[in-house]
Ligand binder design. Structure first.
Ligand SMILES: Cc1cc2nc3c(=O)[nH]c(=O)nc-3n(C[C@H](O)[C@H](O)[C@H](O)COP(=O)(O)OP(=O)(O)OC[C@H]3O[C@@H](n4cnc5c(N)ncnc54)[C@H](O)[C@@H]3O)c2cc1C
Length: 379
């Protein structure tokens, strides 16, 4: 807790109409929506890290709405109508993000996305190919385009892959720079007068007779309403919500001369993902090798996952090219039994918007907006 606070500091910096916990894509979109609709309300965002420190600045930057094998799995959970709604939210979320921030500011490029299958996965590949027309029909009224998913086996050799036999292309998939996206979002929030506090962990939310008090690492804050947007870490504040953390480990190579990759690539039902960035390869995934260990809110790398990433690079993605890994990090996602994010009033005056199920770039702006609207309705 900070000492030596002045009268002015105590009076002006520790009480707001709305406090948002977590400065990821969801929290920032919620803050923007509230401030745009009700400019006279004071809005604070409290962030535990020096930077946003969950998933929004640590992800792979895929602007995606589902590879075929992912959609097959997701349709089993949500049914066709539920999946259609989910894809629509992802697509609308991406459009909203692009309109809000501008493609250039987020380094958005629609190079297409690809799902690859190795020879031993022919059953899965054939099942996915058989479903192309089904998912093309499902998304047509969302994206207003026909035949978005197509077989693209003829392109395999152009990417330089080894041991890949089938390829499905998603013509509308794109990539962006999540760091630039978050910088642009923060700048928008600041321009509207939203105050940011970093290195400020919220430990507890208490109900008092005259509102809510937040017990934080920097002292007590007061608010009329609170939105908890801390995603995978939500159970530290709201233990009853059905959220399971999932760590994602990511590596980036040194620049590779004449890199053949251009686009976003999914492998093994989306458990591995890779893309080009600045002449390098970014590769993440492998959580399915050890679900139990990776269901954690602790950042870090494990030899098992790191070895599997290096192996995939050497054997499949860059078979004829020597490479060195220059960057490594991890980020934490939030999963749960349903695919939709949780947007609700979890306790009186305490709202939450969490659990983007690993696709928060697509759905995060929509989720933040939906939570803000729910909170505004309660004022
Ligand atoms: C490795 C990886 C790759 C991914 N790739 C993609 C992708 O390519 N495409 C895609 O769409 N999605 C991807 N995702 C998922 C996407 O990044 C997330 O769904 C999205 O960023 C979630 O946003 P959020 O705002 O809900 O949460 P977060 O970005 O996690 O924000 C929550 C914030 O709350 C803060 N916080 C936590 N606890 C507290 C507390 N007690 N007090 C104060 N602050 C707190 C955290 O520090 C954090 O900054 C990926 C995620 C990871 C980890």
């Amino acid at each position: 807790m900070i000492a030596n606070l002045s009268y002015w500091e105590k009076k002006n910096f520790f009480a707001a109409d709305i406090i948002i916990i977590g400065s990821g894509i969801v929290g920032l979109n919620a803050a923007l929506t509230i401030k745009e609709k009700l400019p006279n309300l004071s809005v604070f965002v409290l962030e535990r890290g020096f930077l946003p420190s969950g998933a929004s600045t640590k992800n792979a930057g895929f602007a995606c709405f589902g590879s075929i094998s992912e959609l097959i799995e997701q349709e089993k959970i949500s049914g066709p109508a539920g999946l259609h709604q989910l894809i629509s939210k992802r697509w609308q979320g991406l459009l909203k993000l692009r309109k809000l921030l501008g493609d250039e500011n987020i380094d958005f490029h629609q190079h297409g996305g690809y799902e690859l299958f190795r020879p031993n996965e022919y059953t899965l590949a054939e099942h996915c190919v058989a479903k192309l027309s089904h998912y093309n029909a499902m998304i047509e009224d969302i994206v207003h385009q026909k035949n978005v998913y197509v077989s693209a086996d003829q392109q395999i050799s152009s990417f330089g892959f080894n041991d890949v036999q089938y390829l499905i292309e998603n013509k509308l998939e794109a990539q962006l720079d999540p760091g630039r996206m978050m910088k642009a979002l923060i700048a928008k929030c600041m321009a509207l007068g939203i105050l940011f506090y970093t290195n400020c962990t919220v430990n507890q939310i208490n109900h008092e007779t005259n509102g809510l008090t937040l017990d934080t690492s920097q002292g007590f804050f007061k608010a009329k309403k609170v939105l908890v947007a801390n995603n995978a870490f939500v159970n530290e504040l709201l233990p009853d919500l059905a959220v399971v953390p999932g760590r994602g480990q990511v590596v980036v190579t040194k620049p590779i001369p004449r890199l053949k990759l251009k686009g976003t690539y999914h492998y093994d039902k989306g458990y591995y993902y890779f893309r080009n960035i600045d002449g390098r390869v970014l590769l993440g995934g492998g959580r399915n090798l050890d679900y139990e260990t990776e269901a954690t809110t602790a950042f870090g790398e494990t030899p098992l996952v790191q070895q599997s990433l290096t192996k995939l690079l050497a054997e499949v993605i860059l078979p004829d090219t020597s490479f060195e890994i220059e960057h490594k990090w991890s980020g934490i996602m939030a999963f749960g039994p349903q695919l939709s994010p949780i947007v609700e009033e979890a306790k009186p005056d305490v709202f939450c918007a969490v659990r983007c199920n690993g696709m928060g770039i697509a759905i995060g702006s929509h989720t933040g907006e939906a939570a803000a609207e729910l909170l505004i309705k309660s004022l």
